[in-house]
Design a protein around this ligand. Structure first.
Ligand SMILES: [Zn+2]
Length: 59
């Protein structure tokens, strides 16, 4: 079972288009891509917010 990303209606697993609104549903490949992107964002965030104990304050 899955849920439409657009209208939220429940539909069978593995369909490509919602039978209620016709919106194309994310497939396995897209979901994997989204997961990879989310992971990269998470990694980027941890790199953006490091604490530099030894870094002098220049301001
Ligand atoms: Zn839908």
């Amino acid at each position: 079972m899955g849920f439409c990303i657009a209208c939220g209606q429940q539909h069978a697993e593995g369909i490509r288009f919602c039978r209620f609104c016709g919106t194309q549903q994310p497939g396995e490949q897209l979901m994997a891509q989204l997961r990879a992107e989310a992971e990269q964002i998470r990694i980027a965030l941890t790199q953006v917010q490091p604490h530099h104990p030894g870094q002098p304050r220049t301001w």
